[in-house]
Design a protein around this ligand. Structure first.
Ligand SMILES: Cc1cc2nc3c(=O)[nH]c(=O)nc-3n(C[C@H](O)[C@H](O)[C@H](O)COP(=O)(O)OP(=O)(O)OC[C@H]3O[C@@H](n4cnc5c(N)ncnc54)[C@H](O)[C@@H]3O)c2cc1C
Length: 547
């Protein structure tokens, strides 16, 4: 008797042992356009490493086995440790080894933030949890650099590419990672409501030691070697550097209460903590805690946009791979016009996010020396974070549906992407807070809008739908009545128009035409897969295929 009835038929092969960089034509191109052409070889190696079956399995295991809290040893001594699966440490060694936590600071050069951004987008597709400690460390450097004493001890460890997950004083470690603690029970967006208090040990002032009491309701990566923490000091809300271990070799009194049971982001540890006479050192001036930590937030917001771009690309790559292999009704799904429309529409969304996120990364490279780029960065960081993080979840859900039932089974990669994707929209400033920040930036610095419009000008005259959108935007700003009420709509229009301009300048005519026709031309439905007729959907899908 033949066993043919038990043969596994028509199940696509796993998408593995592929190169995340060379198969992502949009990313490859924009890395070069934005000044990171020199990093191509390194990105190619990293893209291959991430796509290896072994790395993908490591990412899966890290998510399957979330960290466990180890509060006490068996004799009752406090440990405040987090136990991770070995796969987590493997992934951390990979991302830190690649320098995503510090390379642009440790080895500054033109295009360094863009090169890092490209690697970050790729890493998100395989294991996004490890990006939390990586991002917070990257964002902490500008603040730490300002304190000479801290910088001397800590920066060499932060710049190190040797991941060290041990729980020891920083002087005994090969590398160090940093976190941030702002959010309390009574308020996260409104950090001025923080109740945690800090009292100076002596006379106080920048670099001085304070004693901290209070709590943080969200405190990710409690295993990191230090956190930047907001607390109320005698002159107002201030930012403190709070190490895990004190200079005398004893443990700092940062007590973990519990780990959060999160919807996704499973591999990463997020905790609630209390400070019981913990020691912290003032970073910046007393009462200037928000500006000090907001500088960190600027970098972490960039990473939210990059992370969601990566998660989106990951889901779209999986969807395209699936439809290229799966058959239904005697034909491959990719050849069925309605499915081609769906995956092409997703591919456009992914490419538009990639161009937008990488354009923002370029502003991070140039802001220090170029006031126009600095103004662009200030205005567009919250806008880009808002828009990419807002669009990506819808697209990931659609990419899941493309897989049929397999998409909803957690053994595959879609479950992880689906559970991770809402997060970037929430932390580091939720949607409304981002849109209100765009308004604040506009009011404080009118150069921001000029810098934004300057980016649209080179695309003018190539597509009448884009030209009309640019004119429409100008009228949007002519009347600032009820601007807070309209903030989401205004930011949305700004970002879609910028995405269209970037695609017109840098993508293929097929992609640019499809984006302008659907997102600007008004001929688009409310779901993905509603591109109007006349669009070359097959060419768009082929361009995005991860081969
Ligand atoms: C997994 C995870 C990890 C985290 N890790 C950390 C961490 O390490 N450190 C840390 O400090 N925080 C962390 N956070 C907290 C996160 O940054 C906050 O949850 C976020 O900033 C929102 O604050 P909140 O939860 O207090 O919500 P709220 O501030 O209460 O906001 C609720 C809603 O109201 C909206 N809103 C607020 N103000 C306005 C307004 N003026 N107008 C209109 N709408 C408004 C917001 O957009 C949001 O949608 C983490 C969160 C998560 C989910």
């Amino acid at each position: 008797m033949t066993d043919a009835v038990f043969d596994v038929l028509n199940q696509p092969p796993a998408l593995e042992d592929y190169n995340l960089f060379t198969t992502d034509r949009a990313l490859l191109q924009v890395a070069e356009i934005n000044g990171a052409g020199w990093a191509k070889d390194r990105l190619t190696v990293y893209g291959q490493r991430l796509g290896d079956a072994e790395t993908i399995e490591m990412g899966r295991l890290a998510h399957k086995h979330p960290p466990q809290l180890k509060l006490f040893d068996r004799f009752g001594h406090r440990l405040d440790e987090v136990d991770f699966h070995p796969a987590w440490h493997g992934i951390m060694a990979l991302i830190i080894g690649e320098g995503l936590h510090s390379a642009p600071w440790a080895e500054p050069k033109p295009g360094a933030h863009v090169a890092r951004a490209a690697a970050y987008i790729m890493h998100a597709q395989i294991e996004p949890g490890s990006q939390c400690p990586t991002t917070m460390t990257y964002g902490s450097v500008p603040a730490i650099r300002k304190d000479r004493h801290l910088a001397e001890t800590w920066l060499p460890k932060i710049y190190s590419r040797q991941y060290d997950g041990s729980n020891k004083p920083v002087t005994q470690k090969t590398g160090a990672l940093i976190g941030m603690g702002m959010t309390e029970k009574q308020g996260g967006s409104d950090v001025r409501s923080n109740t945690t208090v800090a009292k100076p040990v002596g006379t106080g002032g920048p670099g001085a030691e304070y004693i901290i009491n209070g709590h943080k309701w969200f405190f990710s990566c409690p295993q990191n070697d230090a956190h930047l923490v907001l607390a109320q000091s005698p002159h107002g809300l201030s930012c403190f550097f709070v190490p895990r271990w004190l200079p005398d070799g004893s443990k700092n009194a940062v007590q973990i209460q519990r780990l959060k049971d999160k919807v996704g982001n499973k591999s990463n540890a997020s905790s609630e903590v209390e400070f019981h006479n913990a020691h912290g050192w003032l970073l910046g001036e007393e009462g200037r805690g928000v500006p000090t930590i907001i500088e960190m937030g600027t970098y972490t917001r960039l990473d939210c946009a990059l992370g969601s771009t990566g998660l989106l690309r990951g889901a779209v790559a999986q969807a395209l791979h699936h439809v290229a292999h799966r058959r239904a009704f005697q034909r491959h799904l990719i050849d069925q016009p309605l499915m081609t429309n769906v995956v092409a529409d997703l591919a456009i969304e992914s490419e538009a996010a990639t161009l937008l996120a990488m354009r923002l990364a370029r502003a991070f490279d140039r802001a220090e020396h170029d006031p126009v780029e600095a103004a662009f960065r200030r205005l567009c960081t919250p806008a880009v974070k808002y828009w990419i993080c807002k669009r990506a979840p819808n697209a990931v859900v659609e990419a899941m549906e493309v897989h049929g039932g397999n998409g909803y089974v957690d053994e595959g990669p879609l479950g992880m992407l689906y559970k991770e994707i809402p997060l970037n929209s929430i932390w580091e400033g939720s949607g409304n807070v981002m849109c209100l920040d765009v308004l604040r930036a506009m009011q404080k610095n009118p150069d921001g809008l000029e810098a934004y419009f300057a980016d649209l000008i080179p695309a003018r005259g190539n597509d009448k739908r884009l030209d009309a959108a640019i004119n429409d935007l100008k009228t949007e700003f002519a009347d600032l009545g009820e601007i807070e009420h309209r903030a989401r709509r205004v930011v949305e229009k700004m970002m879609v128009t910028l995405q269209a301009a970037l695609l017109v300048r840098h993508s293929t005519p097929d992609v640019a035409d499809a984006f302008c026709a659907s997102r600007l031309g008004g001929d688009w439905g409310h779901a993905f897969g509603t591109l109007p007729k006349g669009i070359n959907t097959r060419a768009i899908a082929d361009r995005a295929l991860p081969v």
